[in-house]
Design a protein around this ligand. Structure first.
Ligand code: SF4
Ligand code: SF4
Length: 364
């Protein structure tokens, strides 16, 4: 299972060498330019890519497909790694890239069916709702409040973070060479617990303020006229600040710019509000990683290559199955284990239910 894996990470670009620093600098510069300037607009126009965001979407898709092929060559020995990588490539090419383009050709605003609130933070802003057909608005609501929680409860957040999401898709493919750079320190874990939930709260509060402001606006003249000016004043700046800080700086500039120095899941681990929401559900759901008793030889491969900084070895040494809110179910810990100690499973916690039947295994 480990063929070609361990030496992958011995290349200098994967070990915070000067090449990694240069690459990180280049990525940070690229993201600052694309988010905050029109530097790429003429280049995109010359290439007929429909503006700088059209160019960005094209590049993003090329990277996921290209590095997805590299990933398959490195890790495609198991059905789990093969299937989830093909799934990531499919959702990026079809859902995130091709479908929105086809819709725009028919004068319908492009819509990414694989992108849910609060990751898609503007999904419920009145301006977005006004620009979308009713079925898409209903899909956004059903997706965010039914599909995401139910699938996460049954299958863990891996169904999204490692199989569907474009951010996770880039991390798993283009970011694969950097996955071992995630910090395993307790300090990082403490920071992650606060930062990711603060962003989730910020996303909820921003949406509530923007929606409430709109509702009050349409009801001026009655008892709401007293509070309306307050909401009306703060809605714009709060929305703008969220877009700047979370939508641009945390998810793009730092989220991808720091790949070569801090690993590929900086955004997913520390800041993604949808990951935070699914992590809360995952703790009560069926997904867990199980450990075969007395098999671990403490080599540490699992902890080293966990992109979410989870100390998997500690659980393995203690013969302890585990659920962690942060785990994105990439399966690499099981993939690199020389003793086949770890397994990703969806099963009820019958230890507490007093029944051991009905276990469903997912081999990795
Ligand atoms: S614990 Fe294993 S499956 Fe979960 S994120 Fe880490 S490497 Fe991936
Ligand atoms: S679980 Fe496997 S990979 Fe992790 S320390 Fe034990 S033997 Fe090594």
């Amino acid at each position: 299972m480990q063929t070609g894996l361990l030496n992958t990470y011995q290349k200098s670009v994967s070990n915070r060498s000067y090449i990694a620093w240069v690459m990180s600098g280049a990525l940070l510069t690229f993201y600052v330019l694309i988010y905050f300037t029109d530097f790429f607009t003429p280049i995109a126009a010359q290439l007929h890519l429909g503006g700088k965001w059209g160019m960005y979407g094209t590049l993003y898709t090329i990277f996921i497909v290209g590095f997805g092929i590299v990933f398959l060559r490195r890790h495609g020995q198991t059905p789990y790694q093969r299937l989830r990588t093909l799934s990531i490539m499919f959702f990026q090419v079809v859902f995130a890239f091709a479908l929105p383009h086809v819709m725009e050709m028919f004068d319908t605003p492009g819509y990414n069916f694989a992108y849910f609130w609060p990751l898609n933070y503007s999904a419920f802003y009145p301006s977005t709702i006004a620009s979308q057909p009713l079925p898409f608005i209903l899909y956004s609501m059903i997706g965010a409040f039914i599909l995401v929680p139910v699938l996460t409860f049954f299958y863990g957040k891996r169904w999204y973070c490692s199989w569907v999401c474009g951010c996770g898709g880039l991390a798993e493919t283009a970011g694969d060479s950097f996955r071992h750079l995630s910090s395993k320190t307790t300090k990082a874990w403490r920071f992650e617990r606060y930062s990711i939930h603060i962003v989730l709260l910020f996303a909820v509060v921003t949406t509530v303020i923007v929606v409430t402001s709109f509702i009050f606006e349409s009801r001026t003249g009655d008892e709401f006229s007293v509070v309306y000016p307050i909401f009306s004043k703060i809605a714009g700046p709060v929305k703008g600040f969220y877009g700047f800080l979370v939508g641009a700086i945390l998810s793009g500039v730092l989220g991808v710019g720091l790949y070569p120095l801090m690993g590929s899941r900086v955004w997913c681990r520390f800041f993604c509000p949808l990951a935070a929401f699914m992590g809360l559900i995952q703790k009560f759901g069926r997904f867990r990683i199980t450990v075969k008793d007395e098999m671990c030889i403490s080599c540490g491969n699992c902890s080293t290559y966990c992109e979410m900084g989870i100390d998997v070895r500690q659980y393995a040494q203690n013969n302890q199955d585990f659920k962690r809110a942060a785990c994105v179910g990439c399966g690499i810990c099981a993939h690199v284990c020389p003793r086949g100690v770890l397994k990703l499973e969806n099963k009820w916690d019958f230890a507490s239910w007093g029944d051991a039947a009905g276990v469903e295994h997912v081999d990795v």
